[in-house]
Structure formats: C-alpha cells, structure tokens
Design a protein around this ligand. Sequence first.
Ligand SMILES: [Zn+2]
Ligand SMILES: [Zn+2]
Length: 209
Amino acid sequence: MSEEGMLDEVEDFCRMCGYDEDRFWEAGWPTSAICDCCGSESGIGDMGAKPGSWSGVEGLHSYRGWWLGSGARWERPRQKPRDWDVLRQLENIPPQWRTAAPPPVDRARRIAERASSGSLGTETVCRICGLSGLLFWRDGVPTETVCPSCGAESGIDDLGTPGVWDALHGIRARRGYWAAVGAPWAVPAARPSEWDVLAQLACVPDGWR
Ligand SMILES: [Zn+2]
Ligand SMILES: [Zn+2]
C-alpha cells in the first residue's frame, strides 16, 4: 500500500481541483480516473504526493496553479454545473492536500536567485494571480511590490523564467495554494465587491501560466 493511501480508504475528491463525482483512490491505490473537471489522472499527477507538508503537496499546487492560470478548462465541459464556483469546489479538497503552509521565505536567497530568473520587462500584472494595474517589475527589475490580492511580493515570491515549464513551478505552486485556501486578499479592503477570481487569473500573461 502506498503511503498516501494510508490516510483514507477511499478518496472521492480530486486532489487537484476538488471535483467529487468520481472515485480517485481506493484502498490506497489510484483508480486512474481522469477528473472530468481539471483533467488530471489519479496516480499520475498526484503520485508521490505526501499529505500534510508543503514539500509533499507542492506538486499538487503546481498542477492546480497551471490549470487555473490556463483558463480552468473542464476536461468534459458538459459536466460543468451552470452555477459552478471554482473556489467552493476547491474547498472540497481534503485539508491534508491543501492547507499546509509554505516554509518561510529566505529573502537573501531569493534576491540572489533574481540574477538567474527572467522577466517580461516592465510588468503591471501580478504573475501569480493576474491582478492588473500596479508596477510589479520595471525594465526587468522587481519593484518589491506586494500584491494586494494574492500577497506575493515581486522579486521575492514570483521568480521564474517565462515560458520554461520547470522554471514556473514555484509561481504555479503559489497560485495553486492561494486558490486552494480560498484566494484570500492580502488587503481585504481592496477586493472589489463583485470579484471574479477566474476573470482575474485569465489576465496572467502567457509566459507565467
Ligand atoms: Zn480535478
Ligand atoms: Zn497577485
């Protein structure tokens, strides 16, 4: 029996997106079900995940962050409920796959990593959540602006190389975690009353998806 299976006899919620119309794990083994919603296959994308720690679930967050940043498209669109609420669905993900907090940031290390990371030049859209209208990067240099929506700081929490799959892991994982815990605003007063998280995520530039 795999270690991750010890936790639950059966898992009827997709670990990535919380969709609950299928049986994904049974008696500790993946059923190879393909999620109608996010399209991940149990036993593939979530193999090797370990519950309850950031390092164990980072891969799940990263897949979710990629999916959300790429339009949150349904694998089988006909299954999509008319009143679908992505954040409510994500709440279905069991806490052991969802809520472990990332480790504290080593600022000095992140600043050192800037030299080997990329940019799109001047960027006014948050790489993590798609909030637009603030100067996050100027001519390839981070302004260390904290995003009022997702709370990421440019040049610290959003390092990566645009368009390079492996180099987007951290950005995607942060995006996936943020959404999985309810997409809380760092500055709650800045949250528009009619706010659509998917519309905002759709603004994430292609290079950071
Ligand atoms: Zn799913
Ligand atoms: Zn943001």
